[in-house]
Design a protein around this ligand. Structure first.
Ligand code: 4NP
Length: 152
């Protein structure tokens, strides 16, 4: 079974939303997939996702309330097939700690969407609910594109 990991900064907004969107997209496509998320920072380890992220995912029929924050670890580079960073800063930080013999691929999440290559999923943490809706739109489009890639 293929496995994917989404990584943002805090693991309470963008990457848990990406995890939820990915689970939903895989389930809808009947694709068996291991999905997880993590943060490059440890600020929110053990915490549930931000209530605004939980509400936004719930509005799209996806329950992410039981996820808990964790920090990305070296084992992730061997345990997952694909690691997707939500923005360039987190991608750079992951590249810095990626072991030479890592077996995972590492890339920017929006690189999976034609026309969106190189773009970040902006951090909605300091913004309002609209920002979370925008995050959801981006991560669900990426999740759909990942399903197509993995099925293709
Ligand atoms: P995330 O958002 O990286 O999408 O989970 C953030 C959450 C918390 C913080 C920053 C970004 N923080 O500084 O606590």
């Amino acid at each position: 079974m293929a496995s994917v990991l989404f990584v943002c900064l805090g693991n309470i907004c963008r990457s848990p939303m990406a995890e939820g969107a990915m689970r939903a997209a895989a389930e809808a496509a009947r694709l068996e997939l291991t999905v997880d998320s993590a943060g490059t920072a440890a600020y929110h380890v053990g915490e549930p996702p931000d209530p605004r992220a939980v509400a936004c995912a719930a509005a799209h029929g996806v329950d992410i309330s039981r996820l808990r924050g964790r920090q990305a670890i070296l084992d992730d580079f061997y345990d997952f097939d694909h690691i997707f960073a939500l923005d360039g800063q987190n991608l750079a930080n992951l590249r810095r700690i990626m072991p030479d013999d890592a077996t995972a691929t590492l890339g920017l999440l929006l690189d999976v969407i034609p026309g969106q290559e190189g773009k970040p999923v902006p951090d909605p943490y300091y913004d309002g609910e609209d920002a979370f809706d925008y995050t959801w739109r981006l991560v669900s489009a990426a999740a759909d594109a990942i399903v197509v890639k993995l099925q293709g």
